[in-house]
Design a protein around this ligand. Structure first.
Ligand code: NAD
Ligand code: DAU
Length: 336
């Protein structure tokens, strides 16, 4: 089998490429534009493997996509703009990559007779729910430009199954954490800021709830969907580890032996979704997938990885991203 993985130099994509290549003899082509979030260092363990090919290219470019997809049997589509705060500041690139880029890939998949197209969507498409759990047939209510762009691409992918019979499967996963996550997302930002004795910026009252999943568990679920997911179907992938942001902050401070005084309340995110919670019974009963890691085990592993890989995140935090983050943080602080 030859697999095309888009966005494979990002957080989840690179974890998936390493996970998959360690378990299967397949050839893997990674197509990634290397935006601010893409990093070849994430793929270091497989870059010299003869079964792996890295292609720098934009999913919005039909010629680049055609070349990368040639000879592929299946596509796992991770490439996206993925950070909600950035979508609030500048939605344009989210529409471009997440919606139009997905359209380019789907058209190419038809031409290349792709046997399975796994579209990696998100639980954010369901929007906030006060109680209970969103199932695959719950209505979609995306609230941020990021979530709306993901809902659009998710529905576009399903339309290619209904209209053209393209063998599409959509996954909707909850909040991932683990090694190689770009330090703008809650968990890696707070771990690395705490290690640097910098403030941990808590949006609003900090009582927002997310379902957290260790990235390896997400990779295992995508592997199941690739081999056994039914075409035209949607599978929720959740960690059943609902936590408030404040409880995660306290855990990080406690595990690192850092003081509560590092907590800093700042201006809230616009349109901030209060609670995400999904029901993963379908993938559990149909495909036999279950998360293997408890939240505590996964946090131990994640904190341990950031402690041992200061060079990786130090380079990111002292590079171009530093100026962006400092501006973003100063504005939130001033407006709080
Ligand atoms: P990420 O931002 O870490 O990585 C995205 C990758 O896509 C980067 O390597 C980037 O260079 C690449 N990319 C961006 N635009 C591109 C373009 N135009 N052409 C080619 N490559 C491009 O994101 P992530 O957190 O690893 O998320 C991966 C996917 O999983 C996304 O589709 C996201 O919506 C989805 N998802 C993420 C989470 C989460 O908690 N992080 C949860 C559910 C679903
Ligand atoms: O639910 C899945 C989604 O999870 C994915 O689709 C997205 O790609 C991914 O980024 C993530 O979105 P969130 O917005 O939930 O993740 P983030 O880490 O940005 O924020 C998690 C929570 O923490 C949210 O309530 C906002 C809050 N937060 C975040 C940051 C970065 C803070 O309080 N302070 C911060 O500095």
């Amino acid at each position: 089998m030859k697999l095309l993985v888009t966005g494979g130099a990002g957080f989840i994509g690179s974890n998936f490429v390493r996970y998959f290549m360690g378990r299967h003899e397949s050839a893997v082509v990674t197509l990634d534009a290397l935006t601010y979030a893409g990093n070849l260092a994430n793929l270091e363990p497989v870059l010299k493997n003869h079964r792996h090919t890295f292609v720098k290219g934009d999913i919005c470019d039909p010629a680049a996509v055609d070349a990368a997809m040639a000879g592929a049997d299946a596509v796992i589509h991770f490439a996206a703009e993925s950070h909600v705060d950035r979508s609030i500041e500048n939605a344009g690139v989210f529409l471009q990559t997440n919606v139009l880029g997905t359209g380019v890939l789907l058209e190419a998949a038809r031409r290349h007779n792709i046997k399975k197209f796994v579209h990696v969507s998100t639980d954010e498409v369901y929007g906030s729910i006060a109680e209970g759990y969103s199932g695959e047939s719950s209505h979609l209510h995306p609230n941020s430009p990021y979530a709306a762009s993901k809902a659009s691409s998710d529905l576009l992918a399903l339309s290619y199954h209904a209209t053209f019979g393209l063998p599409v499967v959509v996954t909707r996963c909850s909040n991932n954490f683990g090694p190689y996550q770009f330090p703008e997302k809650l968990i890696p930002l707070f771990i690395t800021n705490a290690l640097e004795d910098k403030p941990l910026p808590i949006y609003g009252d900090g009582l927002y709830v997310r379902d957290w999943i260790y990235v390896d568990d997400h990779c295992a679920a995508v592997e199941k969907v690739l081999f056994a997911g039914r075409e035209g179907e949607v599978y929720n992938i959740g960690g059943t580890k609902d936590r408030t942001n404040l409880s995660i902050t306290d855990l990080i401070l406690q595990k690192l032996g850092k003081p509560q005084s590092l907590k800093k309340n700042v201006q809230d995110r616009l349109g901030h979704d209060r609670r995400y919670a999904i029901d993963s019974a379908k993938i559990e009963s149909e495909l036999g997938w279950r998360p293997a890691f408890t939240f505590d085990e996964a946090m131990e592993k994640t904190i341990g990885w950031y402690l041992e890989n200061r060079e990786w995140w130090g380079a990111i935090k002292s590079g171009e991203y530093r100026a962006y983050y400092e501006k973003h943080y100063a504005r939130r602080l001033a407006e709080s």
